[in-house]
Write a protein that binds this ligand. Structure first.
Ligand code: NAP
Ligand code: SF4
Length: 679
């Protein structure tokens, strides 16, 4: 078998008529907030690095066609000759790197975070504070003209194509369904009228750009909202969009306001490829599938099974710009995996910060965080092969240093090994495997099962302490009893847990542990798509409008009766990820996990957990449970760091060993990468 034949479908060229793409991989649109920095060299380098990595075609983050259509005030777009010249910097750099790039035109409609937002009807979205203005006939014509003008400018700026965003509940999608379109003129009412706008937009875009230019239309295949499109409507639209001049149909899954996760870690891999497959054969132009495709074998299987002609992956290109080149070289195990956590990408985007990636802090920081070869190779000792230590070792070795890693455990990955046993976090298995593969590299001497001592660290040029954290002792009377365990006992050592459980601490680990305990063991819904679809109430769109099961979510019963507690009076789970916290909360609510804030922990005894409320310790009561699980946060593991300091040895202390509060893998990896880049 030759190396490339591992992924024959993924690496096959795609003939679009005027141009042939070298493979079937598209980098999907991501709003990184990079364009808004106006540092065009930085934007160009972000895309050029990915072009060098072999992806066939990239789509930019959404560009506003006009001010009212921008996702937020000040959103980037092609509004002036200067904008066109700036985008030229990007397209030139991509072309020099041998790549191709299309600009996404995104009109947000009622999702625009602005009082000036416009829509087919004046119906506020549940995820925006602003009621939109209803467009009149002239207003609609202006939107179409602006989108077509934007496409023409994209061509002028050197793009190879445009993607017209017609899914995810944005402007064009809002015209398609009665949920948001109550119009009675020629733009609403009948199906033909509701579909008129997207079809007219594509026709005018094609007219504006000419024939030899890629026009992708992102079509919503399953709206996942009440009164969404029927499957027949979707197929009819696809045919009209093709006839109007689109070159490719890309898949959109679910509106942003849908209460069904579509891209988070707990969504099964390739969870929606079956929807795209339904469209295959209905149109003559290529169809792209997307959502939770993150590794070459997943992409290959989707294409081999005829679910699509091409795959779109977005976040995987933040995690590893060289995804395609590594797959083609038969080195898939070295691809940094996107674990779909959203922590550094979408969570950043929605906080107005520059996106990056938890596993690859260089993403969107290509010009500033550079791993240059060293001209003064050093002997570096790293203690701890968790997220922070492993990153230091990988980056330092890549730069040409000689690294010795001491890990007292018999496996690499540290705390990540606990994350990987959480149902819905199966992606962490691949993450830890990748760390292991990357530490098995020239220049790295990995010593597993080896506890570093002060003496063993003598003779190195640099010492890095990444010894991580230990669980915090909450000091609750009775916590030494036989019915009390820590999350480490449960997740790492498989300690037995009774049927009725109190989880103390509702941070990320408390939520994860509660989730773990709701499951009876065995494969999880994330590993068995039909169960996951049923759990969240996703139906075949051919059977039910919008793909929503009229019976609603059908969660499986919890294996245990669980109470999750915290001392703060605030809503539990408030500190979880911006774009994923609601999924964690909904998952536990579906399993009837009781969430109790604002308690004092009085004591634990054979009866269970005794708590009271408020400063006056009112309402003393017992929560009758068989087991109490402590998830009360962490403290730094500083034994070795302190011993070195006492001997006057200078060491770099990073990750949880430096600061345990609000430690997560994102911070640990970023800190490790930045330290190693400068050693
Ligand atoms: P955490 O987020 O700091 O939460 C610790 C919990 O323990 C809080 O609910 C806190 O609530 C409670 N607590 C703190 N001191 C206590 C004490 N003395 N007695 C009793 N309760 C106490 O820590 P974590 O849950 O261990 O998670 C660690 C980090 O891992 C997090 O910062 C997070 O970033 C990361 N993580 C993230 C995820 C995710 O889903 N994104 C999942 C797992 C872990 P009160 O003080 O109100 O009682
Ligand atoms: Fe993927 Fe998480 Fe990186 Fe985002 S931050 S690209 S979801 S690994």
């Amino acid at each position: 078998m030759t190396q490339t034949s591992q992924y024959p479908h993924m690496l096959a060229p795609l003939d679009l008529g005027h141009v042939t793409l070298p493979n079937r991989v598209l980098m999907g649109s991501m709003h990184t907030n990079l364009e808004e920095t106006k540092d065009w060299n930085r934007v160009a380098e972000f895309y050029a690095e990915r072009a060098r990595g072999g992806v066939a075609l990239m789509v930019t983050g959404g560009m506003a066609p006009n001010r009212e259509g921008g996702v937020f005030a000040g959103a980037a777009g092609l509004f002036s000759p200067e904008d066109i010249a700036n985008h030229r910097i990007v397209t030139d750099r991509v072309h020099e790197a041998g790549g191709r790039i299309a600009m996404q035109i995104l009109h947000a409609g009622r999702y625009a975070y602005s009082p000036d937002c416009v829509a087919p009807s004046p119906i506020k979205s549940p995820i925006s504070p602003f009621p939109p203005k209803e467009l009149d006939e002239a207003g609609i014509e202006k939107q179409i003209a602006d989108i077509a003008t934007s496409a023409a400018r994209a061509r002028e700026a050197g793009y190879d194509g445009v993607e017209v965003m017609g899914s995810e509940g944005y402007f064009l999608n809002q015209f398609l369904v009665t949920h948001t379109n109550k119009r009675e003129d020629r733009w609403g009412g009948s199906l033909e009228n509701r579909q008129r706008l997207p079809v007219e937009v594509v026709r005018r875009v094609r007219e504006a750009v000419g024939e030899d230019f890629i026009v992708i239309y992102r079509i919503s295949l399953i709206d996942l909202i009440p009164n969404g499109q029927t499957w027949d409507e979707v197929v009819a639209l696809a045919k009209k969009i093709e006839a109007a001049g689109a070159s490719i149909l890309n898949t959109g899954i679910g509106w942003h306001e849908a209460r069904i996760p579509t891209i988070a870690t707990s969504v099964p891999r390739r969870a929606f490829a079956w929807v795209t497959k339904k469209l295959m054969g209905e149109v003559g132009i290529p169809i792209i599938t997307s959502n939770r495709i993150n590794m070459p074998d997943v992409a290959e299987s989707v294409l081999a099974e005829g679910c699509a002609d091409m795959v779109s992956m977005a976040r995987p290109f933040l995690a590893d710009p060289d995804f395609v080149a590594k797959a083609a070289a038969g080195k898939a195990e070295t691809i940094a995996p996107c674990i779909a956590c959203n922590q550094a990408c979408l969570d950043h985007t929605f906080q107005g910060k520059i996106s990056s990636c938890l596993v690859n802090p260089r993403a969107c920081h290509e010009t500033e965080l550079r791993y240059e070869p060293t001209d003064a190779p050093k002997k570096i000792a790293v203690v701890g092969a968790g997220a922070a230590g492993a990153t230091v070792a990988m980056v330092a070795a890549k730069r040409g240093h000689s690294v010795t890693v001491f890990e007292k455990d018999t496996a690499v990955g540290g705390q990540l090994n606990m994350a990987k046993v959480i149902p819905g976090k199966e992606e962490f298995v691949g993450f830890v495997d990748w760390i292991a593969a990357m530490l098995d590299a020239p220049g790295i001497d990995l010593r597993l099962g080896t506890e570093a001592t002060v003496d063993a660290l003598e003779g190195f040029d640099e010492v890095v302490i990444a010894t991580g954290v230990t669980p915090r002792d909450p000091g609750i009377p009775g916590q030494d009893g036989p019915n009390v365990v820590t999350y480490v006992d449960v997740l790492k050592h498989g300690a037995p847990v009774g049927d009725r459980v109190a989880v103390i601490g509702a941070g990320g680990i408390g939520f994860d542990t509660a989730d773990f305990l709701t499951h009876p063991g065995g494969p999880t819904p994330t590993e068995e798509l039909p169960r996951w679809l049923e759990e969240w109430g996703v139906a075949d769109p051919e059977a039910h409008r919008g793909g929503l099961d009229p019976a609603g979510p059908q969660p499986e019963r919890s294996a245990r009766e669980i109470t999750l507690l915290q001392r703060k009076p605030t809503k539990p789970g408030r500190g979880l990820g911006k774009t994923t916290g609601w999924i964690h909360r909904a998952s536990l609510q579906m399993k009837d996990v009781k969430m109790v804030p604002g308690v004092n922990y009085e004591r634990i005894d054979g009866e269970g957990l005794h708590v009271s409320t408020g400063e006056g310790r009112e309402d003393p009561r017992v929560i009758p449970v068989d087991t109490v699980v402590l998830c009360a946060g962490q403290e730094s593991e500083r034994g070795l760091a302190d011993a070195l300091e006492a001997k006057g040895v200078t060491a770099h202390v990073i990750g949880g060993a430096a600061v345990a509060a609000e430690l997560d893998a994102k911070r640990a990896i970023d800190q490790g990468a930045r330290l190693a880049a400068g050693l």
